[in-house]
Design a protein around this ligand. Structure first.
Ligand code: FAD
Ligand code: UDP
Length: 376
């Protein structure tokens, strides 16, 4: 047994970093291992051409929980960025999320009453009765068939590689529907992008004499030794991989990011443009400088195209696919996990949940509380 450390944390993402930080503050000695060559998991940002480039897709922090907002503000100052993505459907531009600007552009309606009537007509014509059984029914129930066809179906089916009729309804409920002229993508009270990027947040969390971080180290290269050496392990990788896929594979969705620096000052006029047709192979283009209000070199801009990819073993598992089958399988893995007192499973992959950053911080703090208040 390792005399030096109380905890081994597998994964230097947000969950692992919050746990490590809180454990260190409680006097525990923590070893963090990370298989990538950098810390911060999927929130990793890096400076290029004078701006912070989000290496694993656009990350906008948002929460309505004041405690979580205060917590994260210990580690960075946030700017006032509000996410207002725009959709490009075969060259037609629409504001997102679905709001009066979208309805006006699409139908020429001007008042909330006219918009509501239009959506009701489309809902009635679609004849969906009872609880929506899948994403398509949920979308049409919320917003009608025109928006479903132009702004949801193509994007969703390429993003998830499945028919919208086979996907769970909750995915589309992430997006607000608003009868006001308000393009804010989130309903939350607090929102922004950390000035100087996200990596510093994790770096500051891990910057403690009780924490030792090792990158380029995969837990599975030494699993048996790690389990023999460390009294407690916090595992934020894939729970099915931890158990050697013994009950079967959980499904994930992967992505390929194509980043380029272009010799133009302003490429697309917005941080995020979604391509909602079925034919364009990428889902969105991010232009990173628009997260930071005029920062960055003139006549240079960095853009990233995001291509959805089928996941296979060895690929980065960016999204859990939380349909009924996978959730049931996850529950079986979680049962196995609960029998192992030595291991805590956490984060998007360890808990197989479509967590946003604020939810990961919350989940990690709940885990910390359970761990340190139960007197273990
Ligand atoms: P991760 O960040 O995945 O960290 C897990 C870490 O564990 C990784 O670094 C991984 O390399 C490491 N690891 C895994 N297995 C092993 C192993 N065997 N050995 C060693 N290390 C291992 N959230 C928002 O709030 N707002 C957004 O706008 C937003 N946009 C997003 C866009 C995209 C494209 C994606 C994919 C996610 C987005 N998120 C967003 C979600 C956000 O990224 C997550 O909530 C958060 O990063 C999850 O933190 P985590 O620690 O659970 O996982
Ligand atoms: N979505 C869509 N059209 C869009 C944007 C999103 O149909 O222009 C759907 C799609 O199914 C997506 C879901 O809404 O998976 C959630 O969108 P969000 O922007 O929250 O996705 P994330 O940033 O997590 O990839």
């Amino acid at each position: 047994m390792n005399e030096k450390f109380d905890y081994l944390i597998v994964g230097a993402g947000l969950f692992g970093a919050v746990f490590a930080h809180e454990a260190a503050l409680k006097g525990k000695k923590v070893k963090v291992i990370e298989k990538r060559d950098h810390i911060a998991g999927n929130i990793y940002t890096k400076e290029v051409a004078g701006i912070q480039v989000h290496q694993y897709g656009a990350h906008i922090f948002h929460t309505s929980d004041r405690a979580i907002w205060n917590y994260v503000n210990q580690f960075a100052e946030f700017n006032r960025y509000t996410n207002t993505p725009v959709a490009n459907y075969h060259g037609e531009m629409y504001n997102l999320p679905f709001n009066m600007n979208t309805f006006n552009k699409l139908w020429g309606v001007r008042t909330p009453q006219e918009a509501a009537q239009k959506i009701q007509e489309q809902r009635d014509a679609a004849k969906i009765s009872g609880q929506p059984r899948n994403l398509e029914e949920q979308a049409i129930t919320l917003i009608g068939t025109d928006i479903y066809e132009k702004l949801i179906k193509g994007y969703t089916e390429k993003q998830w590689g499945q028919k919208a009729t086979e996907l769970p309804a909750f995915i589309i409920r992430r997006l607000p529907v608003r009868y006001t002229y308000d393009n804010n993508y989130f309903n939350d009270t607090y929102q922004g992008i950390p000035i100087g990027g996200y990596t510093q947040i994790v770096a500051k969390m891990l910057d403690h004499p009780n924490i030792d971080v090792e990158t380029n180290m995969d837990f599975f290269a030494r699993k048996a030794e790690y389990l023999a050496d460390y009294p407690k392990v916090v595992f934020t990788g894939m729970i099915d991989q931890f158990f050697d896929y013994q009950l079967g594979e959980l499904a994930y969705r992967s992505l390929r990011f194509e980043t380029e620096t272009l010799p133009v000052d302003n490429y697309q006029g917005n941080a995020v443009i979604n391509y909602t047709d079925a034919e364009t192979p990428f889902t969105r283009i991010i232009e990173h400088k628009h997260f930071e209000f005029g920062k960055g070199d003139d006549n240079q801009t960095v853009i990233t195209k995001e291509y959805p990819v089928d996941w296979k073993r060895g690929d980065e598992p960016y999204y859990p696919v939380n349909n009924q089958t996978n959730n049931n399988l996850y529950k079986q893995y979680a049962k196995l996990g609960a029998k192992q007192d030595q291991i805590i499973f956490g984060g998007r992959l360890g808990q197989y949940r479509y967590y946003d950053m604020h939810q990961v911080i919350h989940a990690a703090l709940v885990t910390v509380k359970a761990e340190f208040e139960s007197g273990k």
